[in-house]
Ligand binder design. Structure first.
Ligand code: KIV
Ligand code: ZN
Length: 531
């Protein structure tokens, strides 16, 4: 029997069903996560997310698919050069060209990993690859040995592994290990597996593959049936020691296994899942906020661990219980995932020194002087308008200031006429390429008028795909955090803006997206650049 204390302080006594062990966390937010439609991140954003993942203690960060585009290649290279403590992985299909490109992007990493994959299920081999099983088997050997000659750390994945015939799966896994793979990752690519079935598949590999002990067994589960976390945990119970996952569970279709959920499940139910990760769970809330802000994929309020309601107690009976003893309705403490009680920070009399200290407490240790100055000016303006300034306000404001960076088009001022009488108008002033521009535009409401004003000052053909508003804290004087998604010639970008005035936040978010689009245009076709 073992006695285990979970983070909420409850002590439970049970027989530990499996041996204790360390589970590696492989985060693929920047690769599989970024494959979600509309979820594009630029290079700076990817480096910020990677830095956050490294700070959290994620073991392996999959930074992208270098052959997919020049943008992906540059982002993987930048992440590889920045991250020092986590391994950095790049994805490659089973071809020399893919593997060479991945290695070129990764070679500056302190701990590079090439992740190569090939489909092994009958369906994928016949219709997608149009290859016979023997040819697939040979391609696995060739690609893994080629990768291993370049990099000492090689992961191989049989795509659609959960729907692969067992004999063939065992044969390819054994050969991949013999060819030098140090990690074997079994994907449930289409999210089809059931937990008991997936655990049995992992056990089957341990029973039948003679050299299985020479590699770490990993799992990569998609969430099409809402089972990605359950399947990953079942696989760990069967011997897997690496989980591939993403922040907030973003990813292809219904997403991937959510990092925050598997990590907290293993911590909270350590009595049933006696496994440890290297993740500092108190950074989960910050990482979740960062990823949702950058991608524009907001988290549903009832999402486990990171949803706005995950630790809220609405009913009187629950509130009464929690006040008497938090464990009555809380299996984890909010603090254990970094959710601090809303702290009243500073008022309008606080100086820049106190502001700097506050930022350090909130984890912003490497802000440049310009971002810091901009954030402080905006903090003062906010403190003038808003009675109480909370930690969340500071986070929204600083994230916004950091993102402005080298914007070519900058917001100066906005005056709107709103209300039922109409016409709604927006008088906007901005600076584009160092020149001040002003205009007055009409619209179907103040947001529409504001976006029309931007179009008048900076004509463009991009279309609005998403407009989303989120209140940073409670109260009618709360700051608004706005996300705007623009699309032009098949390329999408997300922009964010925060302000106590929702329309100003909307203008900032639109301009942020537009700035990113301009940068994208400049990179792909300098001659086509126009304003
Ligand atoms: O879902 C999948 O099969 C993948 C592989 C590339 C690991 O993402
Ligand atoms: Zn996947």
């Amino acid at each position: 029997m073992t006695a285990t204390e979970n983070p909420a302080g409850c002590t439970t006594k049970t027989a530990a069903p499996h041996g204790a062990g360390r589970v590696f966390i492989f985060d693929t937010t920047l690769r599989d996560g970024e494959q979600s439609p509309g979820c594009s991140m630029n290079l700076e954003e990817k480096v910020r997310v990677a830095a956050m993942l490294e700070e959290m203690g994620v073991d392996i960060i999959e930074a992208g698919f270098p052959i997919a585009s020049n943008g992906d290649f540059e982002a993987v290279r930048a992440v590889a050069q920045t991250v020092r403590n986590s391994s950095v992985a790049g994805l490659a299909r089973a071809s020399r060209q893919d593997i060479d490109r991945a290695w070129e992007a990764l070679r500056g990493a302190a701990r590079p990993r090439i992740h190569t994959f090939l489909s092994t299920s009958p369906l994928h081999m016949k219709f997608k690859l149009q290859m016979e099983p023997d040819a697939v088997h040979q391609a696995v050997i060739d690609s893994v040995s080629y990768a291993r000659n370049l990099c000492p750390d090689v992961e191989w994945s049989p795509e659609d592994g959960s729907r692969t015939e067992h004999d063939f799966l065992c044969r390819t896994v054994e050969s991949a290990i013999r060819a030098g793979a140090t990690t074997i990752n079994i994907p449930d690519t289409v999210g089809y597996a059931m937990p008991d079935e997936f655990a049995a598949l992992i056990r089957m590999l341990f029973d039948r593959v003679p050299n299985i002990d020479k590699a770490v067994i990993s799992v990569h589960c998609h969430n099409d049936l809402g089972l990605a976390v359950a399947n990953s945990l079942a696989a760990v119970g069967a011997g897997a020691r690496q989980i591939e996952c993403t922040i907030n569970g973003i990813g292809e279709r219904a997403g991937n296994c959510a990092l925050e959920e598997v990590v907290m499940a293993m911590r909270t139910r350590h009595d049933r899942l006696p496994f440890d990760t290297g993740v500092d769970a108190t950074l989960i809330t910050r990482a979740s906020h960062l990823v949702s802000t950058i991608t524009g994929f907001s988290v549903q309020p009832n999402k486990a661990i990171v949803g706005a309601n995950a630790f809220a107690h609405e009913s009187g009976i629950h509130q009464d219980g929690v006040l008497k003893n938090a464990q009555t309705y809380e299996i984890m403490t909010p603090e254990s995932v970094g959710l601090t009680k809303s702290n009243l920070v500073m008022g309008k009399h606080s100086g820049s020194h106190a502001f700097r200290e506050k930022l350090r407490d909130l984890g912003y240790t490497d802000l440049g002087d310009n971002s810091l100055r901009d954030a402080f000016v905006r903090f003062k303006a906010l403190a003038d308008k808003k009675k109480d300034v909370f930690d969340e306000d500071i986070v929204a404001l600083v994230d916004d200031a950091v993102m402005r960076g080298n914007d070519r088009i900058r917001f100066v001022s906005l005056q709107v006429v709103a209300g039922s009488k109409g016409p709604q108008t927006a008088e906007l002033e901005l600076i584009a390429d160092g020149m001040t521009r002003k205009t007055l535009a009409h619209g179907n409401g103040p947001v529409d008028a504001t976006f029309n004003a931007i179009k008048q000052l900076f004509p463009h053909t991009a279309t609005l795909q998403l407009y989303q508003v989120h209140a940073v804290t409670g109260g009618t004087d709360a700051q608004a955090e706005v996300t705007v998604r623009l699309e032009e010639n098949g390329k999408t970008v997300n922009g964010q803006g925060a302000d106590a005035d929702t329309i100003v936040a909307s203008a900032r978010a639109y301009l942020h997206a537009l700035n990113k689009l301009v940068v994208k245009r400049e990179k792909t076709a300098p001659a086509a650049m126009s304003a």
